[in-house]
Design a protein around this ligand. Structure first.
Ligand code: ZN
Length: 331
């Protein structure tokens, strides 16, 4: 007899890979793996790919379909979480894509979809650095800036699913163009792309600097190079990290003034590049937030890494399934 019952399928759908997890009710991962994202024909094969992969793993593990509670998915872009429709996810190719409906049709299971940053916030709060805070902010600094806010114990979604987009707050109206079509969003500075953009400006402005010499020798530069050079004492790179951390700290202080969180969790590739950036963020957060807000708020590193998405997606199912069933029953 299989002792595994009450399994949740957690999906973290990204532009390069789709992370899939079978998670138990406590948030422990039974099995996790990933498949590559097939973006051909605007991503129409993705749902089939996911389900095919899931069923073969369920068979291997001898997990009965009846023991599966549902599927939770974090997807990029703007999401209508009631219908599970993805309005637009540029890096996957979806536009007005009925993700929940399609996954439900192929699996016969209840499906719940949310924005990937919100889902990661739920994951970090359930089993990671959030420690089940009632009010928290999670910011992921990677290729772009992702952010999710939990307020009064629930994800902040907003009128059309666009709440908590801290990455698209304009911090420099004369700055760089953002992929949202506007200029100077936090995303254009506080992401890997933004760090490189700032470095390229400095290379142009200081052609005789060590940074310029490094760039000319390598022929390219990435955000990791800039963190490494800063750690070795390069003053221009240190200043880029200082400026970036100051801007992030200021924006987190503003966001914290709105929800008065007990924790702010910072994750993503840039946060892993040593403590340099985090230290600056923490310093300026506490400097800019109202003392009463700052005093009760701990800024710390995320703990779940790449598992935050699949764990958060599982949590979302456990949270939403009873709630929506209850709503259907009382109708
Ligand atoms: Zn933007």
């Amino acid at each position: 007899m299989n002792i595994l019952s009450d399994v949740v399928i957690g999906l973290d759908i990204g532009g390069t890979t789709i992370k899939i997890g079978l998670i138990d009710k406590n948030g422990d991962i039974i099995e996790k793996w990933e498949i590559s994202t097939n973006k051909e024909e605007k991503g129409i094969y993705i749902v089939d790919d996911i389900w095919h992969s899931v069923t073969s793993h369920l068979d291997d593990l001898m997990i009965n379909r009846n023991d599966i509670i549902g599927i939770g998915a974090g997807a990029p872009g703007f999401i209508d979480n009631e219908s599970g429709k993805v309005h637009e996810a540029v890096n996957v190719g979806w536009k007005n894509f009925e993700l929940a409906a399609k996954l439900k049709a192929i699996s016969g299971l209840p499906v719940f979809v949310e924005n990937d940053a919100n889902i990661a916030a739920l994951g970090e709060n359930w089993r990671g650095a959030g420690e089940r805070a009632k009010d928290l902010i999670v910011m992921t600094l990677g290729t772009g800036v992702g952010s999710g806010i939990i307020a009064n114990g629930a994800i902040l979604t907003g009128t059309n699913g666009t709440a908590a987009e801290i990455g698209h707050i304009i911090v420099d109206p004369d700055g760089y163009s953002c992929n949202c079509g506007r200029i100077g969003c936090l995303d254009t500075i506080a992401s890997a792309t933004g760090i490189v953009h700032q470095a390229m400006d400095q290379i142009t402005a200081h052609p005789t600097s060590d940074l310029s010499a490094y760039y000319n020798k390598q022929g390219k530069i990435d955000s990791k190079d800039i963190f490494d050079l800063a750690a070795q004492g390069d003053s221009i790179c240190k200043e880029i990290i200082n400026r970036t951390g100051k801007i992030i700290g200021a924006e987190l202080a503003r966001a914290a003034m709105l929800i008065n969180p007990s924790k702010i969790i910072v994750g993503g590739g840039l946060s892993k590049a040593g403590d340099q950036l985090l230290h600056v963020i923490i310093k300026y957060f506490h400097e800019y937030a109202l003392p009463r807000v700052s005093r009760v708020c701990e800024v710390k590193l995320a703990q779940l890494g790449n598992d935050a998405g699949i764990i958060g997606a599982a949590y979302y199912v456990l949270q939403q399934y009873p709630k929506r069933n209850q709503a259907a029953l009382s109708r």
